[in-house]
Write a protein that binds this ligand. Sequence first.
Ligand code: PLP
Length: 368
Amino acid sequence: MSKILVTRSSMPELTEYMNEIESLWDSRWLTNMGIKHKELQKELQKYLDVASVELLTNGHMALELTLQAMNLQGEVITTPFTFASTTHAIVRNGLTPVFCDIDPVTYTIDAEKIERLITDRTCAIMPVHVYGNVCNVEEIQRIAHKYELKVIYDAAHSFGETYKGRGIGSFGDASCFSFHATKVFNSIEGGAVCFRDERLGNVLYELKNFGIHGPEEVSAVGANAKMNEFCAAMGLCNLRHVEEEIAKRRQVTERYLEHLEGVEGLQLNAPQPEVKSNYAYFPVVFEEKVFGASRAEVFDKLAENGIGARKYFYPLTNTFSCFHREYDVNETPVALHISKRVLTLPLYADLALEDVDRICEIILSCRT
Ligand SMILES: *Cc1c(COP(=O)(O)O)cnc(C)c1O
């Protein structure tokens, strides 16, 4: 049996990509906001249904430079149930993360618990649309407005989604996407910030290019985070097929549900009302005593059969050794509970439905 990894990057036909990059051999313009960069920026602005888009090298730099561009100081309320990037972006800006617990059904920040964490040092909220589950954007907006806080969404999992018919990237002061190879839409590596405030866009544009303001003026201590032309070209190709990719992911998801829905001791991702999903992940929370097998047992059994599942997100970011036990994990008990029990199962557009059958058979056979 061949191995099944947890994800597999989407790629266009080789000829499509070759056609896309051919003109670069004439122009010799490989990076620094070339034609492909501008074209992808325009196409994404339309597809994501947002006011403006700034393209970057990756999703992490999108988060990190957005915080820098907003010139924030103090505390940022966020979630520990996320990828390292979210918390690192806060800490690398000299800001202090304040961890809020998560909702036990959507795994996103529990908006009801945000207000009690606000102090006179709080400057922003950084929620994550975990697994493509949309945060409680209305309540977060209400709180942000009341306390005059910025909202920066980590939208890395939510490419192509809409909520109440609106592009998911249009919520908050900014939404940051990742176009990493493992995401629903990829540009090999890449990322974007979506926003309405053109001043923020201008600052981001300079920060991604060393803070260079003009030929003889450097006005900010920026980074180098420009998306190059080869990545933008890959993005242009993949964007043409993304709807089809999402439709295939939906089929895989539905096949999983046929086997696993209603099984006692398994918590599956609940569809959200008024959300057009992108079927980014298939997380399963294993309640050992009810299901009859632990997350570890299922993980090992799948691995024995050459199937890669992922403990995503485990460990919580507030337990990372780089933070030297600075944060108390007991303050986020729901996140701790979920992170000890969750596995994301293999999910990508071309995953064969027969393989889904086999994966589910193995999982269900773990029960004692
Ligand atoms: C992938 C991811 C990022 C970082 O994106 P990169 O493009 O890999 O830098 C940030 N946050 C979350 C939740 C992610 O999944």
